[in-house]
Structure formats: C-alpha cells, structure tokens
Design a protein around this ligand. Structure first.
Ligand SMILES: C[S@@+](CC[C@H](N)C(=O)[O-])C[C@H]1O[C@@H](n2cnc3c(N)ncnc32)[C@H](O)[C@@H]1O
Length: 203
C-alpha cells in the first residue's frame, strides 16, 4: 500500500478496512475531511446536516458509528450521486448512521435574490448541531452556497458548528463575509487548508 495513496490518513484514523471511494476534483480534500471527522469525534453531534453527499457522508457516518451516537442527513441534488452514496454506505455497513435525501435544486428566493437550492422531500430536523456545506457546485450560479445559512439558520442549534468547504475561492470568501454581516452572533474562523475552509459557530 503506497504511503502517498489519497485519503490513507483518513482511512487509517477511522479504521476503514477498504480503500475509500473518492473522485478527483469532486470529493472534499483530505484536510477538510480530517477536520470534520475530528470535530465529529470530539463533539459527538446528534444531528448532522450536509449540503451535498459523497465521501464526506461516509466519513461523518463512520464517526457517528464510532461515537455510538448521532446521525447524518445529507441533501443531494443528483439522483445518481444520491444512489452512489447510499450504495457506498451500505457497502461499508454505515446505512444506520446516514440517510441521503434526493433533494433536486429548485429556484428559491433568498433575501431578494433567486438561487437554485435543495428542495428536500420532507421537512428538515430542528436543533442541527453540525452543518457541512460542500454543495451545490460552484459552477451552477454565483454565490452558489450562500442560501445555506439564511435558509437553514432557524434549524441550527445554539453552538452549532458550520463548515464551509472551498473557502479559498472568491465566491466563498464573499459568502463568509455576507453570513458574518447578516448574523452578528456568528463566530468565524478561516483555515488555510488545501482548498480553504471557513468555520462558524452559531451564537
Ligand atoms: C463538491 S461535490 C460534494 C462532495 C462531497 N461532499 C464529498 O466529500 O464527496 C458537490 C456536488 O457535486 C456533484 N458531483 C459529485 N461528483 C461529481 C462529478 N464527478 N461530476 C459532476 N458533479 C459531481 C454532486 O451533486 C455533489 O453533491
């Protein structure tokens, strides 16, 4: 097994017995996944919501399994990606720890602007204590992930930790600035990771 194999550290840390399924350019980078895994293992959240599914879903589900508590709900706009993540969860014995909802993108108005955003097939839970935002893809629209906070804010518990991936991009820097301006109680930290990560704690 080569020591340069992608996601090796993550695989060993979480005790995955088989190589993790990943996609170049689309799977979250290992440093971001290690960060959310460490948070999940240390804070043991009960209700994790994720915007976009994939390798991050498997990682968070495995952390919940190791914790013996917590569950992941993942919003995925692509039907085939939702199916692929469900198949991977099953193959890894993690189907009890995560549920992938096929949530097609639909135009929704957010603070006077139209965005394509997830339309889940059922109401989302309250008291979410961890939110991971790694979708929708940035190429779809300007400020693609901006709606996450305005649309989900009421469902986040006090102290909820929010992780915004790809935060080194100009769009995500603007999104972080907008979220801070619109939510004065939000505690923001930028991490100089491979693709950048912004973390927020809901006050
Ligand atoms: C950055 S990816 C999400 C990655 C996920 N959080 C992970 O760690 O694997 C954002 C979205 O892109 C879409 N996507 C994933 N793989 C793709 C691919 N190979 N081609 C096009 N779109 C893809 C899916 O709809 C996914 O929800």
């Amino acid at each position: 097994m080569s020591s340069s194999r992608p996601y090796r550290q993550l695989q060993e840390k979480l005790g995955f017995r088989q190589p993790l399924p990943w996609t170049e350019h689309w799977s979250a980078a290992e440093d971001f996944l290690l960060l959310i895994a460490d948070h999940c293992l240390n804070h043991q959240p009960e209700r994790i919501l994720e915007c976009s599914s994939g390798l991050s879903t498997l990682v968070l589900a495995r952390c919940c399994q190791l914790n013996g508590r917590g569950r992941v709900l993942s919003l995925e706009n692509g039907g085939e990606f939702a199916r692929a993540t469900r198949d991977n969860l099953r193959a890894l014995g993690l189907e009890d720890q995560a549920r992938v909802l096929h949530a097609p993108l639909e135009e929704q108005e957010v603070n006077g602007r139209a965005f394509q955003w997830y339309r889940p097939p059922q109401p989302l839970p309250q008291d979410i204590d961890m939110l991971v935002v790694d979708g929708p893809p940035g190429f779809l629209q300007p400020l693609s992930r901006y709606p996450a906070l305005p649309l989900l804010r009421d469902r986040l518990a006090k102290g909820c930790h929010v992780f915004l991936d790809d935060a080194a991009r100009e769009d995500e820097k603007t999104i972080a600035e907008m979220w801070r301006r619109e939510n004065p109680g939000l505690n923001h930290r930028y991490l100089d990771y491979q693709r950048g990560c912004s973390t927020f704690v809901v006050g």
